[in-house]
Write a protein that binds this ligand. Structure first.
Ligand code: MF3
Ligand code: CO
Length: 295
């Protein structure tokens, strides 16, 4: 029996990954390595969550729309923009590119994108009443479904001149994601990525939100594994080529605690009202590191 209970093909049968190659020329050695790790008690995802070449092509076509929509936002956002306008840009961009915003109606979310301003940690709901002004920092978190494949990334935008300490928060959060990316090594551990992210944020004097994290993604919006950013290096699932997940830390200027009491059921704020930042990228683990899928 295989470690994940999934059937193992015969040597000359087609590989399970969808490459169309014979198993012995594709994932046979790989599976043997996984079985060995499983025997040693390592934490492993089931192989049906790993992405083969066809899946990755599909996810990349979805990501092209996601990245394009955020590029469009980047080119047009500024003082006076309402978050409702951002929502419309994103929705229209998706529809024009034969895609659907994954957020829309997701668990009842009413809009196509999350727009989280200043002390809003995540899941801000676009509104005509939220007019961006000089000095604001805003996260625009965008997810796309195209041909059944999911992509997800988010960026921070500084509106006009921003307080230098707020700018430092935004820049440090981006650097934390970059440090996380540098820690993605096949056959390493997911906790290595978490610890690298956390170190950059906390060394800079900031805190990292515990309650939200990244996630596997591809054929569903949110798949295993959950990707926390307060984990220890050397812990968590083994990073295996074909794993596709997001790195998306939420970094607070002040206390780590969050406030989820907004009656709309979505908007999450810092408990102390201080600003917070987030960047999100989506990657796939490769034989020699990772490939950036969306940003
Ligand atoms: N895009 C978010 C993520 O990074 C999820 C938003 S769900 C929504 O996982 F319903 F709030 F849109
Ligand atoms: Co995400």
């Amino acid at each position: 029996m295989s470690y994940d209970g999934l059937p193992t093909p015969g040597r000359n049968d087609e590989c399970w990954c969808g490459s169309g190659k014979k198993y012995k020329k594709c994932h046979l050695d790989f599976d043997e390595r996984l079985e060995e790790l499983a025997a040693q008690g390592a934490e492993l995802l089931p192989r049906d969550l790993l992405k083969g070449p066809m899946d990755i092509e599909g996810i990349k076509r979805s990501a092209e729309v996601n990245v394009g929509a955020l590029d469009y936002v980047a080119a047009h956002i500024g003082p006076g923009t309402t978050t409702e306008e951002i929502d419309k840009w994103v929705y229209d961009y998706c529809i024009e590119n034969d895609a659907v915003p994954a957020d829309l109606n997701y668990e009842g979310f009413p809009k196509s994108v999350c727009t989280s301003i200043n002390e809003v940690v995540c899941h801000g709901i676009p509104s005509e009443d939220d007019v961006l002004k000089e000095g604001d920092i805003v996260n625009v978190d965008m997810s796309t479904i195209k041909d059944g494949y999911f992509s997800d990334s988010s960026r921070m935008f500084c509106i006009g001149e921003v307080d230098p300490e707020w700018k430092r928060l935004v820049d440090t959060t981006r650097e934390a994601v970059q440090a996380g990316l540098a820690a993605v090594k096949p056959w390493g551990r997911l906790g290595d990525v978490s610890a690298a992210v956390n170190k950059v944020a906390t060394d800079a004097g900031f805190t990292v939100v515990r309650e939200f994290g990244g996630h596997g993604i591809g054929l569903e919006f949110h798949e295993d594994p959950w990707v926390g950013f307060n984990e220890e290096a050397g812990t968590g699932p083994v990073l295996v080529p074909g794993m596709c997940f997001t790195i998306e830390p939420m970094v607070n200027m002040g206390a780590q605690e969050i406030d989820m009491s907004d009656p709309n059921g979505w908007t999450v704020r810092t408990a102390d009202g201080k600003p917070t930042a987030q960047w999100e990228v989506q990657i796939v683990v490769t034989d020699d590191g990772y490939e950036l899928i969306s940003w």
